[in-house]
Design a protein around this ligand. Structure first.
Ligand code: FAD
Length: 289
């Protein structure tokens, strides 16, 4: 099924998973997918490294397993380190497995890997994909501005180019302050971007994640969030439960505001996804009624 058709019917609730490290067995993620299966997300997306590390096969295998489990898969496709021929080869694999949904991305620029330069922006990939087949195409967006852009206005002008190139819907970068999402939504709608926008929610449930959030993610950390993280930093179970509760609160507020969809960055943690799904499914379903 094409994801854009789901937005026509309901508030979308989706999950994101990532392939395990090459040294780990693929069975680990298969077990996670089997545990996520009865939560009935509207789709599950699979990340794909922009690093040219060649995990396309791995990501396609995982997307195929999602499909076999009766759930709609979406595959992430970063382009900056790939040539058109390499992207075409991946598309052939995607087509062979009957995957219809692609999250078209530029990918992060890594100073150790010179970009291949056939695609400079995600919008170039979207234009290319539109010529290649009848895909459902998602794009990424950044409520608190992509770090490569000087201003949010400039970033949103570029987002408009991406949507005009053919993105059917968008998924946001994670954020912890819902007001940043609401302000962003006002701005993008004012610029004539009318496609559905799913809110990306990342439950922060362990200390490593806190450290990563603080140093790399660029999302603003509201006082309420920082207080919880500081208080429970050294109590793993309390931190996990507080992180789950924080994500649930964010989702309830977003659902009450009529959000188009929630994309849960599961971090391959089926326990956390289950706790959040059990708490919010009724609310999201109520919202769909
Ligand atoms: P673009 O849309 O190309 O934007 C990147 C920058 O270029 C922005 O500053 C934008 O304003 C600017 N820009 C865009 N178009 C133009 C233009 N025409 N002219 C001038 N400037 C322009 N990375 C991975 O490697 N693998 C993944 O699986 C993955 N999954 C992700 C999932 C989500 C939901 C999100 C939000 C991000 C994900 N990323 C992933 C990270 C993403 O690849 C990076 O954030 C990357 O730096 C930007 O990708 P993009 O597709 O948003 O790029």
């Amino acid at each position: 099924m094409k994801v854009r058709e789901i937005f026509e019917k309901k508030t979308v609730f989706s999950f994101e998973v990532f392939p395990p490290k090459k040294t780990s067995s693929i069975d680990v993620i298969y077990q996670t997918l089997d545990e996520l299966h009865d939560l009935h997300p509207d789709f599950i997306s699979v990340t794909f490294s922009a690093g040219g590390s060649g995990n396309a096969q791995f990501a396609c295998d995982i997307a195929s397993r999602i499909k076999e489990n009766g759930i709609t898969p979406m595959i992430h496709l970063p382009c900056i380190n790939y040539t058109k021929d390499e992207i075409s080869a991946t598309l052939a694999e995607i087509n062979k497995r009957g995957i219809e949904n692609i999250l078209a991305l530029r990918g992060d620029i890594n100073s150790d890997i010179p970009p291949k330069r056939e695609f400079a922006h995600a919008s170039d990939l979207i234009t290319f994909l539109r010529q290649q087949g009848e895909y459902d195409i998602a794009g990424a967006c950044y409520p608190e501005c992509h770090p490569d852009s000087d201003t949010l206005d400039e970033d949103i002008d570029n987002l408009k180019r991406k949507v005009d190139a053919g993105a059917d819907h968008l998924i946001t970068q994670l954020f912890f302050d819902n007001d940043s999402y609401y302000d962003f939504l006002d701005k993008v709608r004012a610029k004539g971007i009318n496609v559905p926008i799913e809110a990306g929610i990342m439950p922060v449930v362990n200390k490593n994640q806190i450290e990563r959030m603080v140093t790399t993610c660029g999302a603003s950390l509201p006082r309420k969030f920082v207080k919880i993280m500081q208080r429970y930093e050294h109590q793993p179970e309390a931190l996990r439960d507080a992180g789950i509760a924080y994500a649930i609160n964010q989702i309830v507020d977003l659902a009450a505001s009529g959000v188009d969809g929630i994309h849960l960055y599961t971090m391959n943690n089926a326990y956390v996804a289950r706790k959040i799904s059990e708490a919010v499914t009724g609310i999201i379903n109520y919202d769909r009624a």
